[in-house]
Each structure stands twice: as structure tokens, then as C-alpha cells.
Design a protein around this ligand. Structure first.
Ligand code: 5AD
Length: 351
């Protein structure tokens, strides 16, 4: 267990093995801080080999905070009455894109709760308008579980990427995080379908959700390994007082950073964002995430008027800032960390 490359070989084999992994080298690696600097250096070496020093910015547009689901961890859950609900119009969304485009952003991420108001027709119309006005941008969707026909329609309308975190690849743990009407099998099916259709697709999970232990994390690594995702989103769970998980503590920033490095080593080609929840809990973690394998950041370009209502969890930073200021600050953080914010679509570099 002393020499990192050897450990990582073991880890790569283990990830596809089954059985009890609680005492495995991978578990030891996850639970110890002993290898953190080695992991981070190795992750950086690999990311530079594949993506050089480029960091991609994605303009995040949180276009609806209505949600028909009731996930126990999320502030957008339908039972949360402490939230002012909003929807952006197509015009407002396009206006966010205009601002973002002028700031150099070349990917727009449309993220929202599962809101039936936004029919496939409306979503396709929004995608179509963005792609028609801006020929050199990518559109990423993050709008949850849909039928295959809907995913196909979005793809045909021009959407390039789709983010759908599995949240937990362990069925028991999944059931501890979600109400009974949601199930892991369907979620995994959706992610696989998205890949088959041709989206750059990705999964991911929160670090430190209630009842998550090292075995649950290994289940996620295992699932992701079999999926071979283009993108992986992980961030610490942030305890939200407006949810049934109010009394649980937030996840660990250190473990999230360690996992980001492990993910970069296991998935050299993945687009790996330093997510908002990470820098919400610890602003300085953004630089550390970049130095340890992350290559994507998602500045929030949602109109200020509604931004504070997209409250997955409390304490979200930048709710008072104009998009221009957010982007400028991120660009300088990126260069201070030794990387380059580039104005490109930033597609995945597949093997
Ligand atoms: N803390 C951290 N992340 C959260 N998400 C939802 N609620 C929380 C929370 N309380 C994450 C989920 C979802 C993504 C959009 O935000 O993983 O997929």
C-alpha cells in the first residue's frame, strides 16, 4: 500500500470486481488522507495529458425550480413550501445565453426541476432557438428522467449533452434518499439510453449523503466504470433545513477532492466539473479541485432576480453577482491555479 501506481492498478481491477469491498485497498484509499497529494499530482498529470491546461466554462441557466419529485435531500422537492417558485420564459433564457455568449461562454446548461409545464415541445423550441442563434455553442440539458422519445426529440432538436446523476448506485441507499415512486433501475436505464442516443452523457453522485459509507461510494465508482461516462458530476451533500435531511451534516470537502482525483485517474477523458456545492462549502476548494483533476466550471448566469430561489441547498455563493463579474472572477481563479479558461464548446475527448 505504499506505492501509488501499484495501488491504482489494484483499484482499477477492484472497481470491476464484486464482493465485499469494505476492507479493500480502494476503501483504504478513500478513507485515508495519506495519499492525497500523490493522488492529486497523478490526476493533474493525466488531465494535462488529455486536456492540456484547458478549463471549460459552462453557463448554467436554472430555468425552473418547480419539481414534481420529493427527493429527501433537495430543496426543490415539491413538499418544500418555503420556496418561491419561478419559471423563466424562452425569451429570458435566450437573453441569458446572449449575455453568456458575449462573455465567451460556448456551452449553456439548462437545468431545472422535473417540471411538467416544460413539455417536450417547449424544451425543443428553446434548444432550437439557442442553436439557431449561436452556431458554435453546445447545449447541455439537466432536467431529469424522461421517456426515450423525449430524449430523442431533444437530441434531434440539437441538444449535445445530458447530465443525469444516478445519485446512488446502491439500490438500498438509493431508496434511503428517494421516495418510493423513484427507483434506481429506471434512473440507470435513463442514463444508458442517453448514451445510446448519442448524447455526451454523464452520471454522478453527492458525497456524504445520509447513510452513505465507503461501500456505497464504491458502488457508484463501479457503476460509472461500467457506464464509461463522458461527464461525471460529484459534489458534497449540503444539508438543507427545508428538507427531511435537515438534521444530517453536510458531506466532506476533503473526501470530495480525493474522489475527484480518483475519478480523473479512473476516467482520463471525462469532463469533470468542480461543482457549485463544493465551492459553496469551501471557496478555496475550487482551486484545489482544478489542481486535482477537475476541468470544468459552471458559472451561474441565471437572472439575479430568481437566482436565490433555485435553492437545492442553502448558502449558494454568487447569488448577488452579475454574470460578468462571476465569469471574470472564475477566469482569474483558473489562471491563478495555473490553467487557462478557454472559450470553446469543450467537447469530451473520447479515447
Ligand atoms: N446538496 C448537494 N447537492 C444537491 N443536489 C440536490 N440537492 C443537493 C444538496 N442538498 C444535487 C443532486 C442533483 C444536482 C442537480 O444537485 O445531485 O443531481
Amino acid at each position: 500500500m505504499e506505492f501509488l501506481p501499484e495501488i491504482l492498478e489494484v483499484v482499477k481491477k477492484e472497481i470491476t470486481a464484486s464482493g465485499n469491498l469494505k476492507d479493500s485497498p480502494l476503501a483504504v484509499l478513500l478513507l485515508s488522507d495519506k495519499y492525497d497529494s500523490l493522488l492529486s499530482e497523478e490526476a493533474d498529470r493525466i488531465r494535462r495529458e488529455v486536456y492540456s491546461d484547458e478549463v471549460y466554462l459552462r453557463g448554467l441557466i436554472e430555468f425552473t425550480n418547480y419539481c414534481k419529485n420529493d427527493c429527501y435531500y433537495c430543496g426543490l422537492r415539491k413538499s418544500n413550501s418555503n420556496l418561491t417558485r419561478y419559471r423563466l420564459t424562452e425569451e429570458e433564457i435566450i437573453s441569458c445565453c446572449k449575455t453568456g455568449y458575449e462573455l465567451g461562454l460556448r456551452t449553456f446548461v439548462l437545468q431545472g426541476g422535473e417540471d411538467p409545464y416544460f413539455t417536450d415541445e417547449k424544451i425543443c423550441s428553446i434548444i432550437g432557438s439557442i442553436k439557431e442563434q449561436y452556431k458554435d455553442v453546445a447545449v447541455t440539458l439537466s432536467i431529469g428522467e424522461k421517456e426515450k422519445e423525449s430524449y430523442l426529440a431533444y437530441y434531434k432538436a440539437g441538444a449535445d449533452r445530458y447530465l443525469l446523476r444516478e445519485e446512488s448506485a446502491n439500490p438500498l441507499h438509493y431508496a434511503q434518499l428517494h421516495p418510493k415512486n423513484l427507483n434506481l433501475e429506471r434512473r440507470k436505464e435513463c442514463i444508458k439510453t442517453l448514451k445510446e442516443i448519442g448524447f455526451q452523457a454523464g452520471g454522478g453522485f453527492m458525497v456524504g449523503t445520509p447513510h452513505q459509507g465507503v461501500e456505497e461510494i464504491i458502488a457508484d465508482l463501479n457503476f460509472l466504470y461500467s457506464l464509461s461516462p463522458d461527464m461525471i458530476g460529484i459534489g458534497p451533500f449540503v444539508s438543507n433545513p427545508d428538507t427531511p435531511f435537515a438534521h444530517f451534516k453536510s458531506g466532506s470537502v476533503e473526501l470530495t477532492l480525493r474522489l475527484l482525483s480518483i475519478l480523473r485517474i479512473l476516467f482520463p477523458h471525462a469532463l469533470l466539473p468542480a461543482t457549485t456545492s463544493l465551492w459553496t462549502l469551501e471557496p478555496s476548494a475550487l482551486q484545489r479541485a482544478l489542481k486535482g483533476g477537475a476541468n470544468v466550471i459552471m458559472p451561474n448566469i441565471t437572472p439575479k432576480r430568481v437566482r436565490n430561489n433555485y435553492r437545492l441547498y442553502p448558502g449558494k455563493t454568487n447569488t448577488e453577482k452579475e454574470a460578468a463579474q462571476t465569469v471574470a472572477e472564475l477566469v482569474s481563479i483558473i489562471s491563478a491555479a495555473g490553467y487557462r479558461a478557454v472559450s470553446s464548446k469543450g467537447d469530451v475527448r473520447r479515447i
